[in-house]
Design a protein around this ligand. Sequence first.
Ligand SMILES: Cc1cc2nc3c(=O)[nH]c(=O)nc-3n(C[C@H](O)[C@H](O)[C@H](O)COP(=O)(O)O)c2cc1C
Length: 136
Amino acid sequence: MNMGTRFIATREAPVHERVKQAIVAATELDTRLVMRPLRNTERVLNNDAVERLLEKERALGKELRFEHILEEVAGVYPKIMLDGDMDAGVWSCGMVAGLIHDIPSCKELIDRIMAEAESLIRERLQGMLASSFVSL
Ligand SMILES: Cc1cc2nc3c(=O)[nH]c(=O)nc-3n(C[C@H](O)[C@H](O)[C@H](O)COP(=O)(O)O)c2cc1C
């Protein structure tokens, strides 16, 4: 299992409350892909810095270099994650933000994932298991 964004919106995550609330508020339509022309594609939550960066990408076209976007991407994580300065730069966020509606503890989150996995195995995969045993 590869899960990133979901764990930022947990009680224990050492990030500013505004970051957690931004993930809860986001829909699956609120992320953008940036730095594609630099072959360094990153999915990020939309904000003012993302709009600025995408405008530079459009305006500069093939001339775009990392130097042009340092203000939006370099050293911005502490300002966003620790200070909660939500437009300080671009920050990674999965489309899964659209499915995140609460801020549970990590224990609650993992218990929930395990319970959902167990019910999925029992309800949807049971038939597959039974038929494969018969054929063995
Ligand atoms: C805050 C944050 C920082 C990330 N930084 C990187 C990174 O430096 N390089 C990378 O390849 N992926 C990065 N990712 C993407 C994670 O690999 C991605 O979140 C993971 O594949 C799980 O997807 P999910 O966040 O939609 O659950 C980052 C994700 C987040 C949320």
